[in-house]
Design a protein around this ligand. Sequence first.
Ligand code: NAD
Length: 338
Amino acid sequence: MRLLVTGGAGFIGSNFVRYWCEAHPEDNVVVLDALTYAGCRESLSEVEDKIDFIHGDMGDKVLVEQVLREHRIDVVVNFAAESHNSLAIIDPQRFFNTNVMSTLGLLDACRSVGVARLHHVSTCEVYGDLALDSNDSFNEASPYRPRTPYNASKAASDHAVRSYYYTYGLPISITNCANNYGPYQFPEKVIPLFATNALDDLPLPLYSSKDNKREWIHVLDHARAIDMVIDNGEVGETYHVGTELERSVEELADQILSILNKPSSLKTIVPDRPSHDRRYLLDSSKIRGALGWEPIYDFQSGLEDTVRWYRDNRAWWEPLKKRAPVDESGVLWSERKS
Ligand SMILES: NC(=O)c1ccc[n+]([C@@H]2O[C@H](COP(=O)([O-])OP(=O)(O)OC[C@H]3O[C@@H](n4cnc5c(N)ncnc54)[C@H](O)[C@@H]3O)[C@@H](O)[C@H]2O)c1
């Protein structure tokens, strides 16, 4: 198979590329990435000699058409996005430009050249949030009720992708996934932020909504789910990928501090982010029943391995931390400049 991975220098994309090169060594993999502040070429260093890397924007239709033709691409997997909720509050335009308008460029290129599949990677966050004590979960038929600019831009991109299936017959599939953890995640996101701060004895900034919960999945369980959807998933279908494993932000902080043997006094409450979703939980019975996917990573040992990875790979995250565009530590949101 000839695969184009957009956003392959990001967190999930780079883990997916490493996973794919190992699981399918006979395949050709091309990565297209705009290398925004969140993209990191070094995240692909282990597979550099096995892939073709192209520095470019998925919204550049002419470039993407050329890549699809020259590399005779069969399948496109789209991870490219602006992905940080906090940055979206400060700079929403950037999120709609990338997640909606650039996705349209990719869709148009796929439509004009023709591909066997465009798989689009989405999030549980398009559905809005759940009460902390509810027994509900989101299934693939749940209505989209996004509440933040990031979530709304991801919802819009899902709608655009589906519209190209219904209108032009573009063979698409979509996965909406829970919160991922693992190596190579940009240190603005909560698990690497807490781990790297704790390693340096810096405060762990917990939003005042510290009881908010997230459903956690190891990034390689996500990668395997996408592989199974590309292989056996129905064209035009959406599949949820979740574990039902929930942790509150404070529980996460406690677990990370305990793994690193650091004091709980590092936990520091900071003002909450506007429209901060309380909780998401995915009903992933469809992918489990139809494709036989199950998560295999245990959260405690997966988190321990992940925290150890950040401990052992300071050279990877230290330069990234300096270029993080949002400071999460205690500045009032109303005072932040765009
Ligand atoms: N991280 C999670 O927990 C999670 C959960 C569910 C879904 N998702 C989705 O998975 C995808 C990947 O998330 P991530 O956490 O790896 O994000 P990330 O921010 O780590 O990586 C995004 C990558 O996309 C690249 N990019 C941005 N704009 C581009 C453009 N116009 N053209 C080409 N490349 C571009 C960036 O340079 C970066 O390498 C996103 O669509 C995100 O919404 C993430």
